[in-house]
Design a binder for this molecule. Sequence first.
Ligand code: FMN
Length: 244
Amino acid sequence: MNSIGRVFMEKTKYQYLEESDQDLGLPQPPLELSCPEGAEVVSLPKIEQIKTQSLDLTEAINRRETCRKYRREALTIDELAYLLWCTQGVKRVTSRPVTLRTVPSAGARHAFETFLLINNVEGLQPGLYKYVALEHKLRVVNLKAGLAESIVQITGNQKFIADSAVTFIWTASIYRMKWRYGERSYRYIHLDAGHVGQNLYLAAQTVGSGVCAIAAFDDDALNDLLGLDGDEQFAVYLATVGKV
Ligand SMILES: Cc1cc2nc3c(=O)[nH]c(=O)nc-3n(C[C@H](O)[C@H](O)[C@H](O)COP(=O)(O)O)c2cc1C
């Protein structure tokens, strides 16, 4: 059986991997993609300043469930900042250097970038934003109308996206992972994504919100909308968040 999936699993076994760029002594790529010159940025409250409801871990795990119906109540900027920190927050930059974040990542390569479709967050105009994890800030990407409707279409008409307060869109900057792991990186980014998604599911409960993970989307259309080439940068996973 030569199905694409089986070939992928076979050919990404260690025995087939070539020397990586790290093995060849090439310098590692930056820890995060840089902001374009003159980009508009929005500061976020620091994690130490944010008060959230405390929640017993066993209870949070037990209560976790997918939620696709949301109240039309805005998330506060504190709540959004908290969720961003829980999913991609940088705790430390080591001397290697790598980022150590609130989620694990193979080799601490942390290949994700986080886009946000903001529909209903206090103090933020609806539109597309990007999390600058190293600075714990938001960058404004695109405030044109109709983005939510486009993403609904791109995900096969998952209408609740338009009712969510915010939709997280995790994209891979694959060379950050490939520099060390070569073709095996395509396995690792999807494993990494699971950790990010679960942190969002659990953390959302402390801010009175529910989450729905989304992996059904038209890759090319979503990459186009985000301005990604679909090769070096591409969408991996989405998740809606809204008050319940
Ligand atoms: C990788 C992955 C992809 C998913 N994609 C979608 C999706 O595109 N649309 C959707 O409504 N739910 C999606 N879900 C949510 C699942 O349907 C949900 O987790 C499952 O039905 C189990 O329900 P629970 O999360 O409440 O335990 C996805 C979940 C995962 C983990």
